[in-house]
Write a protein that binds this ligand. Structure first.
Ligand code: HAM
Length: 467
């Protein structure tokens, strides 16, 4: 006999169950509505892509690409059927790695910005009216250490605005957006941020805080990074091993450090705002002015550098309450040049992604979960004739959009009413011989226990008015 085995969801993954999935749907529907009012259409890219797409976009030295991606070879082995041992869960290595090398290396997506840019190029979206505004929702995968608000399969709701730079302006955009385009880009940045804030406001998310920064462009950032590296080398001995390593690989990431002992040192480092080139400084000032015009409150955080390599100029992060240490509910920024890096035309880009798991957690902590999957009507029926009427009533009510629970076998009325109560039904429709004979249905309002007789049409009317 086969060994009795209890299966569990893999660490860092989880089942989303009703009634919580109601909230997930409400959140996604609200995103669809709000983003739609800003002219965004939905894109659904695939869940796996060539590993190189992510490595090139996000950066090979980032944690996401270097440590956290689920990567595998395709096909994983020769095309003969999988050996039984493998299907039965035995963890033996099959084949030699060298046999597998010529195959394609693919990864589960850790984020979707790279995919959206790939799709923009692949479908020639530069020929559409610009900018192209796209939003998406779906699972992302990162092999991080799971904790509250951090999972290995998590969900994002994101949006991207892509705009090809016309060739006559490409020179101006050589540093990915020159002086002339600064005000326009700033307005686009501000509108994207305004949209995500409007979405959070619509959901009633509490304790929302927006932080913004500018991390410069290809002209000014390298100089700042060198300055930062030189300053960091002076204090190298006082830094932890991670930051020491980052002095070489990516000094900007030192600013991200949460290590208590490093905070004093970081506070004394040169700030990028003081080293922006004229174009970047003008754009950053304009982003702030535009946010002000839109009534969006923000705080500046010069240490906000973000963990993905494709960003330039505007970066932002939004936190919400009730999330503990993983309190970033949204991150985003500008990534002019990414489409070109992936083989497309010079193109500007700005976008964000919301951590949907964290958004849901924060709403639940604030009591805005709205959980119970209630029923509008519980049909309590007894007798064969009553069943036919109950089924017909159920069909009509469901077609009219009401939630109906129709027991498959007859139950004593007392038991049926008890179940209606447990399910949180608003009304119990009681159908017995009497009701069938007279055509007058008994309707019990469960909240106050009151009972009334009425026709089918009157009951439908009552439902429409009271729900
Ligand atoms: P990100 O900051 O890596 O940016 O992720 C965005 C959000 O996804 C985070 O703020 C967080 O809420 C959520 N998130 C990230 N990792 C996890 C995890 N392991 N568990 C739960 N939630 C998580 C991006 O992904 C960029 N693609 C955003 C973007 C779009 N920038 C421009 N366009």
């Amino acid at each position: 006999m086969a060994e009795k085995k209890k299966f569990q969801a893999i660490k860092g993954t989880r089942d989303l169950l009703p009634p919580e999935t109601e909230l997930w749907n409400r959140v996604e529907q609200t995103a669809r509505e709000v983003f739609g009012t800003f002219g965004f259409g939905e894109i659904r890219p695939p869940i796996f892509e060539p590993t190189e797409l992510f490595a090139r976009s996000i950066g090979a030295d980032t944690d996401v690409v270097g440590k956290e991606m689920y990567t595998f070879l395709d096909p994983p082995r020769d095309l003969d059927p999988l050996p039984r041992e493998l299907l039965e869960g035995k963890k033996e290595r099959i084949g030699k790695l060298s046999d597998l090398l010529p195959r394609e290396v693919i990864s589960l997506r850790p984020e979707a910005t790279a995919s959206v840019c790939r799709a923009y190029i692949e479908h020639g979206m530069h020929a559409l009216p610009q900018p192209v505004k796209l939003w998406y929702t779906g699972p992302m995968f990162r092999r991080e250490r799971p904790q509250k608000g951090r999972y290995r399969q998590f969900y994002q709701i994101g949006a991207e605005v892509l705009e090809m730079v016309p060739s006559f302006a490409a020179k101006d955009a050589a540093t990915a957006g020159g002086a002339k385009s600064a005000p326009k880009d700033a307005a686009v940045d501000a509108e994207v941020i305004e949209m995500v804030m409007a979405f959070f406001a619509r959901l009633g998310l509490e304790g929302v805080k927006l932080e913004i920064n500018s991390i410069g462009d290809r002209e000014c950032r390298p100089k700042y990074v060198e300055l930062l590296r030189a300053e960091l080398l002076k204090v190298k001995d006082k830094l932890g091993p991670d930051s020491q390593r980052r002095i070489e690989t990516n000094p900007l990431r030192v600013l991200d450090s949460k290590l208590e002992s490093e905070q004093g040192i970081i506070a004394g480092l040169p700030k990028i705002a003081d080293h922006l080139c004229a174009n970047c400084a003008a754009q950053y000032a304009e982003v702030k002015r535009q946010l002000g015009m839109r009534g969006v409150a923000y705080a500046e955080n010069w240490r906000l550098v973000r963990g993905l390599d494709y960003y330039m100029r505007t970066t932002f992060e939004i936190t919400a309450q009730g999330l503990g240490s993983q309190n970033a509910v949204c991150g985003g920024g500008r990534y002019d040049g990414l489409v070109e890096l992936l083989g497309g035309q010079p193109t500007k880009g700005i976008g964000f992604a919301i951590g949907e798991d964290r958004l849901i957690l924060s709403l639940q902590e604030a009591g805005k979960g709205g959980t119970a999957l209630g029923r509008d009507v519980f049909v309590a029926w007894m007798g064969e004739k009553a069943q036919a009427t109950a089924i017909a009533a159920g069909q009509k009510l469901r077609a009219a959009g009401f939630r109906v629970e129709l027991p498959p076998v007859e139950q004593k009325f007392g038991k049926a009413l008890g179940q209606a109560d447990k399910l949180g039904a608003r009304y119990a429709l009681i159908l017995g011989d009497d009701e069938i004979a007279t055509g007058q249905w008994t309707v019990k309002t469960l909240a106050d226990g009151s009972q009334a007789k009425m026709s089918e049409a009157e009951f439908l009317e009552l439902l429409r008015k009271s729900l």
